[in-house]
Design a protein around this ligand. Structure first.
Ligand code: GDP
Ligand code: CA
Length: 319
């Protein structure tokens, strides 16, 4: 079976790890990753979501944190800080920095990010085909209420999304091109999965790359999503602040409506919500969705594998 996952960082990576555990060998999983969170720091290209996916699927992630490397140290960034360089709110560990150095060295040879990503991922044995959404540099910025524009990472990490945002701006996104393989993977998929990733700055960014939304609309594969909102709150992170900035309520039902039903021009055929949001099932089913409820907290790999199985079952794939 050919599966395509549209993923942000921690939520998408954890889900994909469970999906792989459920599927076992013999399937082809392509993961299209958000690159809107990318940033230049110390002259290196930092791609947080790609690296979270690589480390999580490759067995090198810091489990407690959900991102970054296990057994990490920060000697380099501490020394750089002695020169007054870097951001004290952004941790770039030594091993993480090695990944970014390797990426930047390869980018400097003229390779596009997609080729560089494939090369880096070889080391990690991720079990998936890892694709950046685009080779074009498109960074998400946040427009604050006073008109100031700051990088998404500064808003998210430094300010913990506490500064009310008027919206997100992604210069260049409308003129970007989907990375090689992205549209093809969607066209040839047997199923497309939207994992419990941030609907605004992860999945929302990926589907805003020209051609991606159209490829989802056109694919013969069913499209199923897992709600990142449980009982009216994001499980981890501050997705509620992102939803508020685009005027969407923080609820499983509102996120489903925001994505939209595919037969009405939206993205999804099916939506798996948490048991805490079972009241969303009747309105979803009445409107034509395939919908179900289960415990969706990704506490460990077997639990996440079970969530992935239920998501696939919702679109008739009992694998
Ligand atoms: P990021 O790029 O690291 O922020 O990660 P993603 O965009 O992939 O996912 C972040 C989203 O995952 C958050 O909005 C959370 O609401 C959601 N999330 C995280 N853990 C869980 C979980 O265990 N269950 C569910 N249903 N959602 C989760
Ligand atoms: Ca992210």
């Amino acid at each position: 079976m050919k599966v395509v996952v549209l993923s942000g960082g921690v939520g998408g990576a954890r889900f994909t790890r469970g999906l792989l555990a459920h599927l076992g060998p013999g399937h082809e999983v392509s993961v299209v990753a958000n690159t809107g969170d990318d940033v230049w720091l110390h002259g290196v290209r930092v791609c947080p979501d790609l690296d979270t996916l690589m480390y999580t699927l490759g067995g090198g992630v810091h489990e407690g944190q959900g991102w970054g490397r296990a057994d990490e140290s920060t000697r380099v960034s501490t020394d750089l800080a002695a020169y007054g360089l870097g951001w004290d709110w952004f941790t770039l560990g030594d091993l993480d920095l090695a990944t970014c150095l390797a990426r930047t060295e390869l980018l400097r040879t003229g390779l596009p990010l997609s080729a560089v990503t494939a090369r880096l991922a070889r080391r990690w044995d991720t079990g998936v085909r890892l694709l950046p959404m685009t080779d074009t540099e498109v960074e998400t910025h946040v427009r604050l209420l006073d008109g100031t524009l700051i990088h998404f990472e500064e808003w998210w990490v430094r300010h913990r999304a506490a500064l009310p945002a008027a919206g997100f701006e992604q210069g260049g996104l409308a003129g970007s091109i989907a990375a090689p393989g992205v549209v093809e993977a969607l066209a040839g998929a047997d199923v497309v999965v939207l994992p419990p990733s941030n609907p605004v700055v992860s999945v929302g960014t990926i589907v805003a790359v020209p051609g991606v939304r159209e490829a989802i609309a056109a694919t013969a594969a069913p499209v199923v999503g897992v709600s990142p909102i449980i009982g009216g709150a994001p499980v981890r992170g501050m997705a509620d602040a992102c939803l508020a900035a685009i005027g969407v309520e923080t609820s499983a039902l509102a996120v489903a409506r925001h994505y939209g039903l595919r037969r009405d021009g939206g993205l999804l055929d099916a939506w798996l919500v948490d048991d805490a949001d079972a009241t969303a099932l009747a309105p979803l089913r009445d409107a034509g969705w395939a919908a179900d409820a289960t415990a969706t907290l990704m506490t460990d790999v077997p639990t996440t594998a079970r969530i992935a199985r239920q998501a696939l079952a919702l679109v008739g794939l009992d694998v």
